[in-house]
Design a protein around this ligand. Structure first.
Ligand SMILES: [Zn+2]
Length: 286
């Protein structure tokens, strides 16, 4: 993916290295520090930077304020900012064309664990979107998982993950998320899960739609990029959604639809570039 010259979104909140005041992680001193040092090594930062600031900071639940990285120093975070910026440009144009206004989501980078308006979340749960605060949450170590555990490498696979979560934000703006939630409350679990699958497949379709317009407008795609995204769509069988319950997140896995379905809906968005083509709720066959 050609992203280096892209516009960086100003909507990224960097909470990496911060202690989360969530329930059950009073990591204080030792363990939290080990995690930070490991992360530092992972991101290629000299861990002594963390060790020093950590010692000054003390063991309480205080967030550290890191200086923003110099350009080129933190390529993964920059990449995320560019992809987010591109989804903003794409969806702004699409909303305007339909006579609406696109309200941009924010994206939170975190490490280890994070407190969201939807509850407390751990990195292992994967990236998620919280409708209550309109933020996308992602721990960048998920990308290592994607590459190594799910065998879905490539920068466009990473972009697809963000575009999918932004797709959930679009569903929120369009009122689809609310409608689905109301309907789910009226039906049994099985029917509720079927609705949820349509919700997920629509987010995949919206991700494909973003790729369509981003490539048309800004020529971001390189050879093999779409295959990377489709490979990721195939690999991530289920991610986990946050649920508002007792102040913390209860991880609940559910199907996102079969791999073939995820690929089909991504392609439908990518081929047509039309929001109407992504109406998974009307579709007879998924
Ligand atoms: Zn999703």
């Amino acid at each position: 993916m050609k992203w280096q010259t892209g516009r960086r979104s100003g909507n990224v909140e960097d909470r990496r290295g911060m202690r989360s005041a969530g329930i059950g992680v009073k990591t204080g001193g030792g363990l939290g520090m080990v995690v930070m040092v490991l992360l530092a090594l992972y991101f290629g930062v000299d861990p002594s930077v963390f060790l020093q600031s950590g010692l000054q900071q003390g063991p309480a639940d205080t967030g550290s304020t890191q200086a923003p990285p110099a350009p080129g120093e933190d390529p993964l975070a920059e990449f995320v900012a560019v992809v987010l910026g591109d989804t903003e440009d794409t969806w702004r144009t699409l909303f305007q064309a339909a006579g609406g206004r696109y309200e941009e989501p924010r994206l939170v980078l975190f490490s280890d664990a994070v407190q969201s308006a939807c509850g407390y979340a751990q990195a292992a749960m994967g990236p998620f979107y919280c409708p209550a605060d309109r933020k996308v949450y992602i721990d960048l170590s998920f990308y290592r998982d994607l590459r190594e555990r799910h065998d879905a490498p490539g920068d466009f696979a990473q972009a697809y993950v963000i575009a999918h979560e932004v797709g959930h934000h679009v569903q929120n703006l369009l009122g689809i998320a609310d409608q689905v939630q109301r309907r789910r409350a009226q039906v049994d679990q099985e029917a509720g899960n079927r609705l949820q699958v349509r919700m997920e497949l629509q987010a995949d379709c919206f991700a494909g739609l973003w790729a369509h317009h981003a490539d048309r407008s800004r020529g971001i795609l390189e050879q093999g990029d779409v295959e990377e995204a489709l490979n990721a769509a195939t690999a991530i069988g289920d991610d986990r959604l946050q649920r508002r319950a007792q102040g913390y997140v209860v991880p609940e896995s559910f199907t996102h639809g079969s791999s073939a379905q995820r690929v089909r809906w991504f392609e439908r968005g990518f081929d047509t570039g039309e929001v109407e083509a992504c109406d998974t709720f009307k579709a007879r066959e998924l």
